[in-house]
Write a protein that binds this ligand. Structure first.
Ligand SMILES: [Zn+2]
Length: 298
């Protein structure tokens, strides 16, 4: 991993650009992190950055429990004794990370799914927080972002910087990978509508560069269009009755996606979440036939 560098965004708000961006809010000598990076190595480098600046880590606020956002938790908590705050459902997975790969696989996760991308080390969530309002006694605010995962939050600092977690993905990444993990499609659309109305100064997605208000609105629209395109691709794959796995194959074929163990569970889960959304919206139906469950466009 190349060395991580602390970048200032506003008087008291910083971030550490990395594959999974880490936010930092400082108050006197105290630092609060927003997520903790991909893995132990990220944690190690974050601790070095804090020490060089004589900052004491008091708290990590996790936006959600995906392994690339809580990867540094265990190392940082062991070294500093910091508190960790998360919403209740995300806390369950942070303390029991095997639940993430279990949810994704819908079964016991085989050995090829037990890797650092899907399975972080467990850490102790000291504070269960609501998905809105001030976080504990800090000056930071949680903003609910349902959709991408179980109960994800954004975190707003008093400098009017909003860390938007995985609600919005950069244009570059979305154009390359086409489909981003999604759990609750309907809730995600509502989150996008909420984000269109935000008036913060700066927005920091976990995967991508910080953007100003105008560019952020364009990015929200781009994300929305891309998800609508994903939904169309899934819906078109049900013209003839097809199993979930056949639909996955059509989606991968459409976007020229090569699968591996992680991609298979992530994209398959997203495709099935889109199918759930389409069934709830009465656009598809389910047929059980000869031991197969088929989806068909209505
Ligand atoms: Zn992420």
């Amino acid at each position: 991993m190349p060395p991580l560098i602390l970048t200032r965004l506003a008087p008291s708000t910083y971030y550490i650009p990395s594959p999974s961006n880490v936010g930092m809010y400082v108050n006197d000598n105290e630092a609060i992190l927003i997520d903790s990076g991909n893995d132990k190595e990220a944690g190690r480098q974050i601790l070095k950055i804090l020490k060089e600046r004589n900052r004491e880590l008091s708290l990590i606020i996790n936006t959600h429990s995906n392994a690339d956002h809580i990867g540094g938790n265990e190392f940082l908590q062991k070294r500093t004794g910091c508190r960790i705050a998360a919403t209740a459902m995300e806390a369950a997975l942070t303390e029991h990370p095997v639940l993430e790969s279990t949810i994704l696989n819908g079964a016991y996760p085989h050995k090829r799914l037990r890797n650092k991308f899907l399975l972080a080390k467990p850490s102790l969530v000291t504070d269960i927080i609501p998905n809105n309002n001030p976080v504990l006694d800090t000056q930071l605010n949680a903003v609910p972002l349902p959709g991408h995962f179980l109960d994800m939050i954004a975190v707003q600092t008093p400098d009017n910087v909003l860390f938007t977690a995985d609600s919005i993905i950069s244009e570059e990444i979305l154009s390359k990978y086409h489909i981003h993990f999604l759990y609750d499609v309907k809730a995600h659309f509502e989150t996008l509508e909420m984000l269109k109305k935000r008036e913060d100064k700066l927005f920091v997605p976990s995967h991508g560069k910080p953007v100003g208000l105008h560019e952020f609105k364009d990015l929200v629209n781009f994300n929305e269009q891309k998800i609508r395109e994903n939904i169309d691709v899934v819906l078109n794959s049900t013209m003839t009755a097809a199993t979930s796995e056949e639909i996955l194959a059509l989606v991968c074929n459409h976007y020229s996606i090569e699968l591996n163990a992680n991609q298979y569970v992530l994209i398959f889960s997203t495709v099935r979440s889109i199918l759930s959304y389409l069934l709830d919206d009465n656009q598809v139906d389910i047929i059980y036939n000869s031991g197969r469950m088929l989806w068909r466009k209505l």
